[in-house]
Every structure is written in C-alpha cells, then in structure tokens.
Write a protein that binds this ligand. Structure first.
Ligand code: MN
Length: 228
C-alpha cells in the first residue's frame, strides 16, 4: 500500500458500448497529416513521408456528450474529426501483420486544436504541446469492438451546427491503422490504455462558443457536444 501526499486523481476513462465497465486511459497519441487532402490544405505534399506523432494528456479526454469549454489564448479553435484506436494488448516492435491483434476497440474523436498557436509554433520550430495538448482537447465517443474489415469504406464526417464541414472515407487514410500501430511501437512500448487518434481528413475549420459539433464514423459511433 502506497501512501500518497494527496489523493490521486481518478483515472480518465471511456465508456465501452454495451458493458458497464470503462476503458482506463493511459496515454493519447495523435498522427499528423494522415489524409492527403488535409495535408494539402495545410500546405504540405502528402507523398507518404513517414508518419509523425504528438500527444495529449490522458485527462484531456471529454466523453459522455459533456460540453467543451472554448479554450483560452486562441482566436482560431479548429475541429479535426478522427478515427480513434484503443490498444488492448501490450507490445513493442509490433509487425503490421500482427497489429490488429493489439486493438481493443475503436471510437470517434475530435483532435481539437488552437490553430493560431500551432501555426506560430510551426513557424518558430517550437513544440505543439499547448496548441494540441490542452485541457478538454480530446472529445471521444464510447469504444466499440469491431473486426478490422468492418472499417473498410466507412464514412467519417463532422458538422458544426448541422453544416457539413468534414466528410471523407476511412479508405483515404495514407497510413492504415496497422501501419500506424507498427510504426509507433518502434518508438514507444504500447500498452493497454493507449489511444491513437489516427489523423483528420480535409475540411478543418474554426468554431466559436455556442457552436454544436456533431460527427461520427458510420458503424463505429456518433457524438454531439456544445462549445461553451
Ligand atoms: Mn489531428
């Protein structure tokens, strides 16, 4: 029994569809530029450069339809709808062929971004942490268990106040889910509780206080929350 100097905070978690138990979150990884049309809209050439990653704190998660507070220190708060993969088996140096066996389930998330801070960080060669990894920056649905082939051709979409903003197919991912898991596991030992936000399709844009964001991946899940 360890005595802590104060009571540790509750473990951040996601609901799991159809069961009473929740999925405890350890870390949140995010892939940058994983859809060609989005890479182009951000001014990059999508020719299969190696995937790159950034992180968000586990307690940035927002779920169960909770409101998202509009963050401080930004005038350009962007949505990025993303397929989320939840790791269910530990591993490092995972092969592409074996990667699907490390998946617990899937969800749908939004990689919320202070775009103005990110642009400034890019210009100055500074880290993205405060543009990506801030409080309440990682909304996500309940997790569902699916076979990998059930993701094929599925539509991924996001609306703001019912106005379509992002609409694409998971088939447009540059790096597939198994490739992302295999690549990331060369650099860190993935463990149960790790989430991977797999990148966003084109159509990212700003939202303001009072906006309702809704979105989903067909067959995986849907969400709706309000910016307050
Ligand atoms: Mn993203």
């Amino acid at each position: 029994m360890i005595n802590f100097v104060f009571e540790p905070l509750p473990v951040p978690s996601l609901p799991v569809d159809g069961v009473d138990e929740r999925y405890p979150i350890r870390r949140i990884f995010c892939v940058g530029r994983n859809y060609a049309a989005h890479a182009r809209e951000m001014g990059h050439d999508p020719d299969r450069e190696d995937p790159f990653f950034f992180t968000k704190p586990a307690d940035a998660i927002v779920t169960d339809g909770d409101d998202v507070p509009y963050p401080t220190e930004t005038n350009s708060f962007h949505h990025e709808i993303e397929l989320v993969v939840a790791i269910g088996k530990d591993g490092s140096d995972i092969s592409v062929d074996d990667a699907n066996s490390h998946i617990y389930g899937y969800g749908v998330g939004v990689d919320l971004t202070r775009r103005d801070l990110q642009s400034e960080a890019k210009k100055k060669g500074r880290p993205w942490d405060l543009s990506k990894g801030f409080d309440h920056s990682a909304p996500c649905t309940a997790l569902v268990k699916r076979q990998p082939n059930e993701l094929e051709g599925k539509r991924i979409w996001l609306k703001v106040n019912d106005e379509p903003r992002q609409d694409a197919s998971l088939d447009e991912l540059i790096w597939s889910v198994p490739e992302v898991i295999a690549y990331l596991s060369r650099f860190v030992a993935l463990k149960k509780g790790d989430l991977i936000y797999t990148g966003t399709p084109a159509g990212v844009n700003a939202a303001v206080r009072g906006d309702v964001m809704s979105g989903g991946v067909d067959g995986i899940g849907e969400f709706s929350f309000t910016l307050i």
